[in-house]
Design a protein around this ligand. Structure first.
Ligand SMILES: [Zn+2]
Length: 155
């Protein structure tokens, strides 16, 4: 027997209009609101705005948590390590020069990549109606140390 799945899975079951994940990812990565692409996503370096200034979409209930640093480390490592090996093999620069350049490059690359990755993850969460982005959750995704309120309340 075939079980028909809703277009978008939600904890409560029902169907919500499908959101374009790719454009939400790209808008978030460009530091823009995943909904409209016009309003700013951040009010500070990594602090998201509570709501979009252009369309009013609430953005405060994202839960990017530790994912942006995790992906940023993976991305920066996959760029820096091959570069270090390539430069060492090809040019064999002095150790003092490498000790000065590589950490600085890693820090700069991390500072540039981190908000990009966090924005993309917030956009992805929005596109999947995760956490408070699900309009039926009532925006109540408060964590009290035991679990989310909506988990205990059930559908
Ligand atoms: Zn917006």
């Amino acid at each position: 027997m075939m079980v028909e799945r809703p277009a978008t899975w939600t904890r409560q079951g029902g169907e919500l209009p499908k959101r374009d994940r790719a454009s939400a990812l790209m808008r978030g990565a460009c530091h823009r609101c995943p909904t409209c692409g016009k309003g700013a996503l951040y009010r500070a370096y990594l602090k998201t705005v509570d709501a979009c200034s252009a369309c009013g979409e609430p953005l405060h209930h994202h839960r990017a948590d530790d994912a942006p640093p995790y992906f940023t480390i993976a991305i920066v490592g996959k760029i820096i390590v091959p570069l270090v090996l390539l430069v060492e093999q090809s040019y064999k620069p002095d150790l003092w020069l490498q000790a000065a350049v590589w950490p600085l490059l890693a820090v700069i690359l991390t500072l540039v990549t981190l908000p990009l990755v966090k924005g993309a993850l917030v956009g992805y969460q929005w596109a999947l109606y995760m956490h408070g982005f699900d309009p039926r959750s009532g925006g109540d995704e408060s964590w009290d140390g035991v679990g989310f309120q909506s988990w205990r309340d059930g559908p």
